[in-house]
Design a protein around this ligand. Structure first.
Ligand code: NAD
Ligand code: TYD
Length: 350
């Protein structure tokens, strides 16, 4: 039987790369992108795949249990890759409620729909939950997060993702729902909403705007190119062990201030400015409340068991990313003005 795969959050940053990879690599499968197009969902990310005969877009809210159940039956869904979420830590500090609603209740609604729809036959079915390394909390200067690191979320965002991970495991334990979870480090690459560090700073450097560095810029993140994350999801979806968790990361830790200076160098070079000219834009601002010091992922289980490794060196990936944002200024202009939401009205309202 051909697979019918429901991908939630497919109009977002990572989701759009996952939808593209699955639509192209599995032409015999039906790929359903379910997204309610929040500020972070942009169908223009998927222009190149929207005409594929195996691709379907449905505007729906994952919290709408009845609609999710109907969609599962309509498309005879055999697998779910769940990425839809509220994803920005700063927003979670300002408005934690929407994070609990989307990330916890939304995941619960999908789990319950999958359990009900697959109740008579779970064979060959899979609920794949995409999560973050932030559920493990914050590291000091040594050590890595492994799959057995106890959960210790510290922001409303990571608390809501941890809550969703717990529900996924509870459904596996209680109802034998076939699930798999992955926890990935910070992603970077094309089509990321310019509220996150890398696209925000590339855009600000280009326009000579201040670069707001939280605290002293000493925090450390472990960066992975988004297409490598999408490839890892593909590998885990097809070969991961049911009930297991896989950490995904590139062993690529950067202190924020070092990363920012590297981005400045690349942008200045590509724009023909003197080296380091934009360093004057660095502006130290009040630290993020409860700012996690360091994330670092040990992804050796994924490498040893399923053979996945990152394909890009960071310097190469970062240069590719900077070039993409510099070459796609209209994308940034539309997304920052909210104009991209008109695209949905033109494309999908009849
Ligand atoms: P994003 O914010 O770019 O995209 C989220 C998508 O979900 C958007 O298209 C949005 O419209 C959709 N969405 C939000 N609420 C919805 C709802 N109620 N119903 C249907 N759709 C809804 O997020 P992202 O950065 O692409 O992250 C995707 C997933 O990966 C998230 O679950 C996130 O926790 C996880 N993750 C992200 C990173 C990262 O660095 N960005 C790292 C590890 C894990
Ligand atoms: P971000 O991209 O928001 O990802 P996360 O908080 O999920 O890791 O931020 C990455 C790092 O950059 C984090 O340590 C916070 C910092 N940061 C700034 O210093 N200034 C900014 O304007 C932003 C958005 C982030």
């Amino acid at each position: 039987m051909e697979k019918s795969i429901l991908i939630t959050g497919g109009a977002g940053f990572i989701g759009s790369h996952v939808v593209r990879l699955f639509t192209r690599n599995y032409p015999g499968a039906t790929i359903i992108n379910l997204d309610n197009l929040t500020y972070a969902g942009n169908l223009e990310n998927l222009r190149d795949v929207e005409k594929h005969p195996n691709y379907h877009f449905i505007k729906a809210d994952i919290c709408d249990y009845e609609q999710v159940k109907t969609i599962m039956a309509e498309f005879a869904v055999t697998g779910i890759i769940h990425l839809a979420a509220e994803s920005h830590v700063d927003r979670s500090i300002t408005d934690p409620f929407i994070f609990a609603k989307t990330n916890i209740l939304g995941t619960l609604s999908l789990l319950q729909a999958a359990k009900e729809y697959w109740k008579n036959d779970c064979h060959g079915r899979l609920f794949y939950h995409v999560s973050t390394d932030e559920v493990y909390g914050s590291l000091e200067h040594g050590g890595f997060f492994t799959e057995t690191t106890p959960y210790d979320p510290k922001s409303p965002y990571s608390a809501s993702k941890a809550g969703s991970d717990h529900f996924v495991r509870a459904f596996h334990n209680t109802y034998k729902l076939p699930v798999v979870i992955s926890n990935c480090s910070n992603n970077y690459g094309p089509c990321q909403f310019p509220e996150k560090l890398i696209p925000l700073f590339i855009n600000n450097i280009r326009h000579n705007r201040p670069l707001p560095v939280y605290g002293r810029g000493e925090n450390v993140r472990d960066w992975l190119f988004v297409e490598d994350h999408a490839r890892a999801i593909d590998v885990i979806f097809h070969n991961g062990k049911i009930g297991d968790t896989y950490n995904i990361g590139g062993f690529n830790e950067w202190k924020n201030i070092d990363l920012i200076k590297t981005m400045i160098k690349i942008v200045d070079r590509l724009l023909g400015r003197p080296e380091g000219a934009s360093e004057k834009l660095i502006t130290y601002v009040t630290d993020r409340a409860g700012h996690d010091l360091r994330y670092a992922i040990d992804s050796s289980k994924l490498k040893n068991e399923l053979g996945w490794e990152p394909s890009l060196q960071f310097e190469e990936g970062l240069e590719k990313t900077v070039r993409w944002y510099l070459d796609n200024q209209p994308w940034l202009d539309k997304i920052t003005s909210g104009d991209y939401q008109k695209y949905y009205e033109q494309m999908y309202t009849f």
